[in-house]
Design a protein around this ligand. Structure first.
Ligand code: MRU
Length: 349
């Protein structure tokens, strides 16, 4: 994706999004003017990807502040706290969502003494700051991660951790983009990523737009490709990285990590510090979003399973830290054992 094509932005008193359910065939822009439509966009995955939903939720709170008729800072902060609860409930696994809404509320609380107008204006500026920081973090991840991408080689990625999943440029795709721009002869194998097909629809599209060579594969081809020696490393994004380095990411990531270890391949995770959650000791504590079974039994609205069949749909899985070679953040690359390194990244030291 070019840097110009935006994922989420503020325009004419609305939260604007590119509808990711319609990509790659249609580029439809959504204009959300109610908290409910922002919440719906997150839940229905019109916007998706951990950092992107964090930025969207921040603008959702800014929207509430702009529309509020509150005449005191305390009343406005109560509305913002209620909006935070609504937004946080939409998708439980991506920690960036609650991270962004917590930051927005705290920022508003810090301005309470200055009055309701200051809170209203301040939270909109804070949403702009969160978006700008996310874009800068993605570029920094690209710079740190590019040195891990082979000068000439094949990289496998799962789901979409590209510009669409962030304010722009991406997390897992950032090192690939930077390495490519630096002259690496990199070729990307893209897992289609059942059931929502983020790989086939979004990652393939982004890489194509950027002119980066790619081959789309179904998820069950990855092991065979590795065995044939066609893959040199794996790089994925994350929805939550906990204190010991366990990583929640799109369902299917764990299988890829097991395969990578079995074939002696590096398995890299790229994520901004806003994805790190030190409050959880290990990955079994991460809430895993369960989505509707219809997203599995149907493809683009067409039933592919017999009527009445029950399908499981955990939307994420957890990759144990023992399968992770390194975690690439905007503040540098963390290697095992992860606990100390992640603490240092979060504290900024
Ligand atoms: O369900 P999604 O599409 O929101 O899941 C997205 C992922 O799993 C991404 O890999 C993750 O959010 C990182 S995005 C930079």
């Amino acid at each position: 994706m070019s840097d110009e094509l935006r994922t989420v932005w503020w325009e004419n008193a609305a939260v604007c999004l590119i509808d990711q359910r319609r990509l790659p065939h249609e580029q439809i822009i959504l204009h959300c003017t109610e908290l409910e439509s922002v919440a719906h966009a997150i839940k229905s995955m019109q916007v998706r990807g951990a950092p992107a939903i964090g930025c969207t939720a921040a603008y959702g709170m800014a929207l509430v502040a702009q529309k509020s008729a509150a005449t005191s800072a305390d009343a406005l902060l109560d509305e913002l706290a209620a909006a935070k609860d609504v937004l946080d409930a939409q998708r439980p696994t991506a920690v960036n969502l609650a991270w962004a809404t917590r930051r927005m509320l705290a920022y508003g609380q810090g301005l309470a003494a200055a009055g309701v107008a200051a809170v209203r204006e301040g939270v909109l500026n804070e949403a702009h700051t969160i978006l700008a920081e996310d874009l800068a973090m993605c570029h920094a991840i690209g710079r740190h991660g590019a040195e891990l991408i082979p000068e000439r080689g094949h990289v496998l990625t799962h789901c979409n951790a590209g510009g669409l999943a962030t304010a722009g440029y991406g997390t897992a795709l950032a090192p690939i983009r930077t390495a490519f721009n630096d002259g690496h002869a990199v070729h990307v194998f893209v897992d289609e990523t059942r059931p929502f097909l983020q790989g086939a629809r979004l990652t393939a599209w982004e890489l194509q737009q950027a002119g980066i060579p790619l081959t789309l594969i179904t998820d069950n081809m990855a092991g065979f490709m590795m065995r044939r020696g066609e893959i040199d490393c794996v790089i994925v994004g994350a929805d939550r990285i906990v204190a010991n380095g366990d990583v929640a990411n799109k369902i299917g990531t764990y299988s890829v990590a097991v395969l990578a270890q079995a074939h002696g391949l590096p398995f890299y995770v790229a994520a901004p510090s806003s994805t790190i959650d030190l409050s959880l000791a290990h990955g079994d504590l991460i809430p895993i979003e369960e989505r509707s079974s219809e997203e599995v039994t149907h493809l683009a609205g067409v039933a592919i399973a017999p009527e009445g069949v029950t399908a499981a749909h955990p939307a994420f899985d957890v990759t144990p830290h023992t399968l992770v070679t390194a975690i690439i953040t905007e503040r540098g690359v963390v290697y095992p054992p992860f606990a100390d390194g992640l603490r240092a990244i979060v504290s900024g030291s």
